[in-house]
Design a protein around this ligand. Sequence first.
Ligand SMILES: Cc1cc2nc3c(=O)[nH]c(=O)nc-3n(C[C@H](O)[C@H](O)[C@H](O)COP(=O)(O)O)c2cc1C
Length: 201
Amino acid sequence: MTKIGIILGSTRPGRNGEAVAKWVTEIASRRTDAEFELVDLADYPLPHLDEPMSAAWGNYQNDHTKAWSAKISEFDGFVFVTPEYNHSTSGVLKNALDYLYAEWNNKAAAFVSYGGVGGARAVEHLRLIASELQLATVRAQVAISLLTEFKDFREFTPSDYLEPQVDTMLDQLVAWSKALAPLHAAPATADADEVEETVAA
Ligand SMILES: Cc1cc2nc3c(=O)[nH]c(=O)nc-3n(C[C@H](O)[C@H](O)[C@H](O)COP(=O)(O)O)c2cc1C
């Protein structure tokens, strides 16, 4: 069965992201074409990147990296739930992405964002980062306005029109996750030529 990780990309006390990620997970769990799991970055505490070697080598020294690698390796695709911080994604999500490489490669990604303009600028940055990680990003995304979809900017009160957007996004994500499965099914190994190309790029 295709497995999709829904990554909750904010860890701030009082974060709005938790309600958004749970809402996405609830909609996704009604589907039968894939299994969905909420992955809260708060449950995978990663310090600022502290691995001596580039993730492209897959040679991890720290237990927190190995635990994160094992979790992400389980999935065929991802929904990144991201806030917009200073016109980009959160530092904690960028750090979590930087920790790994092969675990992301040849998989599909979709985005749910929230912010003053729906978090659109955060997702534009994330699409660039995803391309370097060989994550294929689907077109459909869900951009949630802090002004209209959160009471007093705090309580998530999603309008009905958003739910079909989640399903359209998941339709694209599941299709690409299945299509890419043969490419990421083989265990990731560090190929010296490929790593050198990655480091040089
Ligand atoms: C450090 C920081 C920077 C922010 N920068 C932006 C921004 O550039 N654009 C925007 O629309 N909202 C911005 N916001 C508002 C956040 O989108 C809003 O607080 C959102 O709820 C943050 O997600 P979280 O509650 O899950 O942490 C910022 C908030 C924080 C804490």
